[in-house]
Design a protein around this ligand. Structure first.
Ligand code: URA
Length: 440
């Protein structure tokens, strides 16, 4: 077989078979297929698309390009979740302890921040001492003993995705539904959980900008997971405004703990309760109303928060910062970004908010950059809120005052204040399961 012929077949609109996909992907991982040929194939897929069967085969080949984790040594149902990315998206830190407190095992691998979006592992490392890299033995033991562990994704999971994602990032082929679906599901299938809840974010801060695209991505991912014998559902959630008020690592941990302690922001709390309820449904704990009650119950009785503290303690983290956010190391400087005029926040570009926080030091501009855990943004006024001239819209935090100017320019570049109120998007648009789509 020649890579040239595989590329030409897809270029001309053909459907690739398992052998051809395995030849391309495994050859790329082995170094026999060079970047330029894989780039050409990815672009042909981007332009021509893939059938559902092709996407499922590509996912399977990518999942098997690395370790397939066998979680059978952990008793009971294992549940996982995945978000397609967002700003201020700290839901894993809330949902995973809720679900574990309800008796469902969480043996989860998470990622770091990417571009303008944050990642769970960076947030966990904001808690001093936390280890996010455990041996398989430590990982399994912790989940068996306390029901939950969240660690960084092993470099041996879906090896092809790591290489292909890096190539897509620089060849303008990220925004392609079959490629996103196979990238995400290859990792989820390899990570081994029985029940997988997908949070497909939609809006200007997400990969999917419109409902049709988000529904199609969700449908494809649910179909792939179901075909592999997993229980899978997706919620389409809004990313036209960040969740909660805080963006930045220790700021987001503090806000997540507030939700677990029953006093978090309403939008973040509601999205977390809906995601957690759906995860519990997939794990066989009952229908949506029953699972919602379970999730609310473990917040109200404090057991979800205690489960979170147990997890951090087991991974070496200093839980005093979880119990009292004032104990987090603070940024040296803060800066108030004020409103130039009276009016409603009519637009507040989420990608720009995320990028402003990266510029303050909360994310990485280059891969090797270190993160300033205390840096970030607290939003006082969000999309749809009324603001008076001179009032603070948000507070920036950084360890170097010189970072404020560029972050302010970025933030203001996406900010529109008008006298009329904008329409406010719903928090959740739809649920997609193997049985179909339910729009809210
Ligand atoms: N997240 C992933 O893991 N892969 C993609 O392709 C897009 C988002």
């Amino acid at each position: 077989m020649r890579m040239y012929d595989v590329i030409a077949k897809k270029r001309d609109g053909g459907t690739l078979n398992h052998e051809e996909l395995a030849f391309a992907v495994n050859g790329y991982v082995a170094g026999d297929v060079p970047d330029y040929q894989m780039s050409a194939l990815l672009m042909a897929i981007y332009l021509r698309g893939m059938t559902d069967e092709e996407t499922a085969m590509l996912t399977d080949v990518m999942a098997h390009s690395g370790d397939m984790v066998d979680l059978s040594a952990i008793a009971g149902v294992k549940a996982d979740k995945h978000s397609t990315g967002g700003v201020g998206d700290k839901t894993t830190l809330v949902i995973a302890p809720i679900v574990a407190a309800c008796g469902v095992k969480i043996a989860k691998m998470s990622g770091r921040g990417l571009g303008h979006t944050g990642g769970t592992i960076d947030k966990m490392e904001a808690v001093p001492g936390t280890r996010t890299s455990l041996t398989q033995e430590e990982f399994f033991k912790q989940v068996n003993e306390i029901g939950i562990s969240v660690i960084g994704q092993s470099g041996k999971i879906a090896v092809a995705d790591k290489k292909m994602y890096a190539l897509r990032d620089v060849t303008a082929t990220v925004g392609c539904i079959p490629l996103i679906a196979s990238s995400i599901m290859s990792k989820k299938l390899a990570a081994g959980s029985d029940a997988i809840l997908l949070d497909v974010t939609m809006g200007d801060g997400a990969f999917m900008k419109d409902l049709d695209g988000a529904l199609e991505l969700a449908r494809q991912m649910v179909a792939i997971g179901t075909a592999h014998g997993r229980k899978v559902a997706a919620l389409i959630t809004d990313m036209d405004k960040p969740l909660g008020h805080n963006i930045g690592n220790s700021l987001e941990v503090a806000e997540s703990m507030a939700v677990l302690q029953g006093n978090g922001p309403a939008d973040l709390t509601e999205v977390c309760l809906q995601l957690a309820s759906n995860m519990l449904v997939l794990a066989g704990k009952g229908d949506i109303p029953t699972c919602r009650k379970l999730a609310e119950g473990v917040i109200a009785d404090g057991s979800a928060f205690e489960k979170c503290c147990q997890m951090f303690a087991a991974q070496g983290g200093d839980t005093s910062v979880l119990r009292d956010a004032d104990k987090f190391q603070k940024a040296k400087y803060s800066y108030e970004l004020t409103a130039p005029t009276d009016g409603y926040i009519y637009k507040n570009d989420v990608e720009k908010i995320g990028n402003a926080s990266v510029l303050l030091g909360a994310g990485r501009i280059k891969k090797e950059d270190s993160i300033d855990f205390a840096a970030g943004i607290t939003m006082h006024k969000k999309l749809g809120d009324y603001v008076k001239a001179g009032e603070s819209i948000c507070t920036f935090y950084a360890d170097d005052e010189r970072l404020f100017a560029a972050a302010e320019e970025m933030y203001r570049g996406g900010l529109v204040i008008r006298s009329e109120k904008p329409s406010i998007p719903p928090l959740i648009y739809a649920r997609v399961t193997a049985d179909g789509v339910e729009k809210f």
